[in-house]
Design a protein around this ligand. Structure first.
Ligand SMILES: [Zn+2]
Length: 350
C-alpha cells in the first residue's frame, strides 16, 4: 500500500503531525472513543502521547496482532473453531488424552499448520521497540505462535499464558523439546509420539515442570501414556507428548498469572492489542491495571469488551497502527536479525 493511501502512515509522519485540536491529556478522557472514519487522527494522536509518556508498560496481546502474519484467529467469526468444531475438539486435553485418533489427527494438523512458517509482522516489531527503549514492564500474550520472541523480545519479558507451539512437552514427566524434534519423528512415521526420556530422569527440578503446565491434569494422562508404552519400553517414561500449549481443560500456569498480575499492579500503562478482551483471566489485567492507576490504551481491529475503560481506543489495522503508535524508527534499530523487518516495515516504517 502506498503511503499516501494509508491514513495510519500519514497520521504517524513526524513531518506531517496530526491535528491537535482536542483538549486531551493523559487520563482526562477516559471512556472517550472515536471510530477511525470519525476521528482516528485525534485518537491515535492521544494514544501516541500516552504511550510516549509511559515508563512501565504492560502489553497484552491477542490473536489480532498475528493475523497479518497469516495466522488465523481461532475464535472470530471466520475463526478456525467457528468453522470447524472438530478442530476445537483437537484442542481439548480430554480428547487428546483419551483418543489416539485425536492425537494422530492433531499431529497431522500440526504438520500442516501455518503457524510454524509464520514471521513476525510490523506490529510485533513495533512492540520490540518499547523493550529497546527500556519502558516495557512485561508482555503478556494469549498467542501460542511464539512470534513475540521471534521478533526480538527477550524471552524473560514475555509471558505466553496459553503456552507455545514452538515446543512440545511430555504430559507425564514434563520433559520439553523443540517442536521441530517431535515433528521430525511424526514425519518419519511416529504418528502418536511418546516420551523417550528415561523413567525418573525427567526434568522435575527445572522449574517449568514444577509450576505444572499440566500438573494436576497430567497424573491421569501419564497413567494412560505409560500404560500404552509400558510393555515395550520399560525404562522410558512413555508419557504422551503434546504441543506445549494450554489446551481446553488444562489449567493455566499459576506462576505466569501471578507475574502478569504483579505487572498490572506496577505498570503505568496497559496497552492491549489485538484482543477482544473477552477471555479471562487475561482480559482481567485491564481493569486490574486501571484500578491501580494505570492508563489504558486499546488497539484492535474492532470494538472490545473494555473500550469503555480506556483512555484511548484505536480501531484499525494493527500492523499499521502499532508502528504509528510507537513511533518506530528504522534508524534506531539495534539488530537486523529478524528478516521480516525489511518486508514489513515499508509502508509504515520510519
Ligand atoms: Zn516423559
Amino acid at each position: 500500500m502506498a503511503a499516501a493511501d494509508d491514513p495510519w502512515d500519514t497520521a504517524a509522519d513526524p513531518n506531517n503531525p496530526p491535528t491537535d485540536q482536542l483538549p486531551i491529556g493523559v487520563g482526562n478522557s477516559r471512556g472517550a472513543r472515536w471510530a477511525p472514519e470519525g476521528g482516528a487522527w485525534s485518537d491515535l494522536d492521544h494514544a501516541r502521547r500516552v504511550v510516549s509518556e509511559a515508563t512501565r508498560i504492560l502489553v497484552l496481546t491477542g490473536a489480532g496482532i498475528s493475523t497479518d502474519s497469516g495466522i488465523p484467529d481461532f475464535r472470530g467469526p471466520q475463526g478456525v473453531w467457528t468453522r470447524d468444531p472438530e478442530a476445537e475438539r483437537l484442542s481439548s486435553i480430554d480428547s487428546f488424552v483419551a483418543d489416539p485418533a485425536v492425537r494422530r489427527r492433531a499431529w497431522q494438523v500440526r504438520l500442516a499448520s501455518p503457524v510454524d512458517a509464520a514471521e513476525p509482522n510490523a506490529g510485533h516489531l513495533a512492540l520490540v521497540e518499547l523493550e529497546r527503549r527500556g519502558v516495557l514492564e512485561l508482555l503478556v500474550t494469549q498467542n501460542i505462535d511464539g512470534l513475540h520472541v521471534q521478533a526480538g523480545h527477550s524471552p524473560a519479558l514475555v509471558v505466553e499464558i496459553h503456552g507455545t507451539t514452538r515446543e512440545a512437552v511430555c504430559l507425564h514427566c514434563a520433559a520439553r523439546w523443540p517442536m521441530d524434534e517431535i515433528l521430525t519423528r511424526v514425519r518419519a512415521g511416529d504418528d502418536d509420539p511418546h516420551c523417550t526420556e528415561p523413567m525418573g530422569s525427567g526434568p522435575a527440578g527445572t522449574g517449568t515442570a514444577g509450576t505444572g503446565t499440566a500438573g494436576t491434569g497430567t497424573a491421569g494422562t501419564g497413567t494412560a501414556g505409560t500404560g500404552t508404552a509400558g510393555a515395550g519400553a520399560e525404562r522410558a517414561c512413555g508419557g504422551l507428548v503434546k504441543a506445549a500449549t494450554i489446551s481446553f481443560g488444562q489449567p493455566l500456569v499459576a506462576a505466569d498469572l501471578e507475574r502478569a498480575e504483579r505487572a498490572a499492579l506496577r505498570c503505568d500503562l496497559i496497552l492491549a492489542v489485538g484482543s477482544t478482551l473477552s477471555v479471562h483471566p487475561a482480559a482481567s489485567l485491564v481493569p486490574t491495571a486501571e484500578r491501580a492507576g494505570a492508563a489504558v490504551v486499546i488497539v484492535n481491529g474492532g470494538p472490545t469488551a473494555m473500550d469503555g475503560l480506556a483512555d484511548a481506543v484505536v480501531h484499525g489495522p494493527i500492523s499499521h497502527v502499532l508502528p504509528a503508535l510507537v513511533g518506530h524508527r528504522s534508524s534506531d534499530r539495534t539488530s537486523d536479525s529478524t528478516s521480516p523487518v525489511g518486508d514489513h516495515r515499508g509502508p509504515c516504517g520510519r
